[in-house]
Write a new protein. Sequence first.
Length: 320
Amino acid sequence: MSKRKVAILSAAIVAVAGLGLAAATFHRGDGKVLRVANQKGQVKAMMLASGALEGAPYTVEWSEFPAAQPLLEAVGGGAADLGLAADAPFIFAYQSGSPVKAIAVQAPANQAAEALAILVKNGSPLRSPQDLVGKSVATTRGSIGHHLLLQTLERANIPVNKVRVTFLPPGDAKAAFDSGSIDAWATWTPYTNVAIKEGARTVADAKDYGLPLYIDIAHADSIDPKRAMLADFLKREAKAVAWARQHPDQFAQVLSKETGLPLDIARASFERSNRVSRPIDAGIVAHEEAITARFQKAGLITGPRDVRLAFDDSFGKGQE
C-alpha cells in the first residue's frame, strides 16, 4: 500500500476515534424525544441507510461517541436514554454502579475473523499469547478489547500482572501502535480492519474465544416514561439490521460516508459486525456473569451486583 493511502486510512480512523458529543437530530412527531447515543458507524448508519426511522412518531436526537465507554457514561449519566454497546463494557459499567439496564441483545451472525483481535505489527517478533509476557498491550479499560486480553491470558495460563496493560482510547491507542510505543493493541472493527490493511497481524483472534454480544442499553429511569418509544425504536432497529444483512453494499456506502472510511474498509467492517437478534434468556445472563467473574478476578471490580438485575426482558415479549 502506498504511503499516501496509509495516511488517508490513518486520518479517517483517527477522525472517527476523536469524535466527541456531536448531536444530530432525526425530526418526527409532536415533541416526544428519544435521545440515542451512537458509536460512529453503528446504529445510526443502519437507520439512515435502511430508512427505518421514516414515520417514527417521535424525534430521535443522536449523540456520537468513538467507543463504548464514553457512550455508557452518557447513558448512565442521563444524557441519553439508549445506546448500543458490547457485552463487556456494558457489564463493566453496570458493575461500576451505573444505573443502566439491558433491554435487547444482538449476537454475531457468524464467527468472523479479525472483528476483535490483539494486533501486532507485521515485523514484530510476537507470534502467540505466550509472547505477550513482559510486553505492553494497549486497550480501552472495560472494553471488548480489554476482555479479549483477559480471556487470552486466562487460556494461556498467564497472570494478568505479567503483561503491561496501557489503557488508552482508540485514537490514542492507534497513534501509540503506529509509533511503536506499545507492543500490541487489543481492539475491534473498524480499527482492526484499518490496522490489518496497513500491515498488522493478529496474535489472538476473538473468533477463537467467542465474539461479543451487542446490547441495547437504557438508562433505568428512561424505561417506564419512554417505554413506547423505546419499544418502537427497538423494532425499527431490528428491521434496519435485517435490511443491512440483505443490502451489505448499500449499507457500506452509507457507512463510508458516515465514518469517512474507504468503501472497502466500511464493507469489511459490516462483514465483521453482522448481527442478529437474540432473546434475553438464562444463557445471556450466564454469559455476562462469566465476564463479571473475569473482571473481578483481574481486580477490576469488587462486590459485584446481581447480573440478573442488569436485564429487562419485557421489551422482547411479543416482538419478533
